[in-house]
Design a protein around this ligand. Structure first.
Ligand SMILES: [Zn+2]
Length: 209
């Protein structure tokens, strides 16, 4: 059995936290990608799944300082838990044995900003439909003139609410993952990457671990 299979969700989370610390302190591991590539030709043992945004600045392998084969990465603008995203996540937990699912939003997210501005139309609009609830669920900012992408505070709040909503969506629409989380085989945690510092802020208070 690969070492990965023995890890707990808590240990998987700690690996990500430590990796992000290495990234923010510019103390990166020396990853020998060629050796790993040989090992990974016929199998993979990722320990974490990340549902993240497609944004070019948020690559999970880089910001968590991990090597090839470490992170099963599902990326869609706005880190939405669409049916296809759920299929990918289920594959990773059920068949590859990942121990934790991180739903990771980020600051200055274009998809979140588009939802804040009620963008409509085309396939982008369809994707934004999956984020609109987060805008509705934001109740703290009442002045309509402050409820748009020009207000960074509003955008940040909607970003966090969207992370929580997508976590709920995973539990609601994936009986497979719901069962694994309930049995504590797989952890589920929300997070937001701060682009200015590279720091990933985990919402440990609402983590299911
Ligand atoms: Zn984004």
């Amino acid at each position: 059995m690969n070492e990965r299979a023995k890890k707990t969700p808590q240990q998987a989370l700690e690996l990500l936290i430590k990796g992000n610390l290495r990234y923010t302190s510019n103390n990166l591991l020396e990853h020998d990608r060629s050796v790993v590539q040989n090992e990974l030709t016929n199998a993979q043992y990722p320990f974490a799944s990340v549902l993240g945004c497609s944004d070019s600045r948020v690559a999970p392998e880089i910001i968590f300082d991990q090597n090839l084969g470490d992170i099963f990465s599902v990326r869609l603008a706005g880190n939405v838990a669409s049916k296809h995203a759920l299929g990918s996540l289920e594959f990773s937990t059920e068949y590859l044995g990942t121990k934790i699912i991180v739903v990771m939003g980020h600051t200055s997210c274009g998809a979140i900003k588009a939802a804040c501005d009620d963008f409509k139309g085309g396939n982008i609009g369809t994707l934004i439909d999956d984020i609109r609830d987060a805008v509705k669920d934001e109740k703290a900012i009442v002045n309509p003139e402050e409820r748009n992408s020009g207000n960074a505070n509003f955008v940040d709040r909607v970003c966090w609410i969207n992370v929580q909503n997508q976590m709920q969506q995973i539990l609601k629409d994936s009986s497979v993952i719901q069962k694994q989380v309930k049995a504590k085989q797989v952890g589920l945690v929300g997070a937001v990457l701060h682009l200015n510092s590279g720091q990933v802020e985990f919402d440990l208070k609402n983590a299911l671990i």
